[in-house]
Every structure is written in C-alpha cells, then in structure tokens.
Ligand binder design. Sequence first.
Ligand SMILES: [Zn+2]
Length: 76
Amino acid sequence: MCSLSTLAISCPEHARLESEFQEARDRMCSFLSGSRRAADSRQRKLSRQQERRLADEMAMAIARLKEHIAAHGCKH
Ligand SMILES: [Zn+2]
C-alpha cells in the first residue's frame, strides 16, 4: 500500500486545495495567452477586470492552501 506514497499527496484536503490553485493558475495562464487578441479599448478594459479577478482567485487559492498547511501541519 505504501508504494505510491513518495509521489502522492497524503492529505486529501491539501490535494484538493492544491488542485484548486493549479486550476486557477491554468485559467490565468490561458487567459493571458488569449488576451492579446483584444483590440479595442472596451475589450481591453474588460480583460483588465477579468485579469484582476483571475489574479484574486489565484491569490485566494494560495492563501487557503497556506492556511491549511499552517493549521494542519502537513507538508504535502
Ligand atoms: Zn493537510
């Protein structure tokens, strides 16, 4: 049963928070790579708002993950 333990994250809550963070980061990355197409100023304004929202989501995911690590003491 221990053969996968070196790579697996042992705490399910930690794993969930980590995958939330990765999803937020992925959304941010794909947004940034797509946002260069925005040509007119209205679109650019919308994409700045969107970028800020995605950055907030990512920051919140990191904060939740750090909070969990601090409260729970799990490294992985
Ligand atoms: Zn944990």
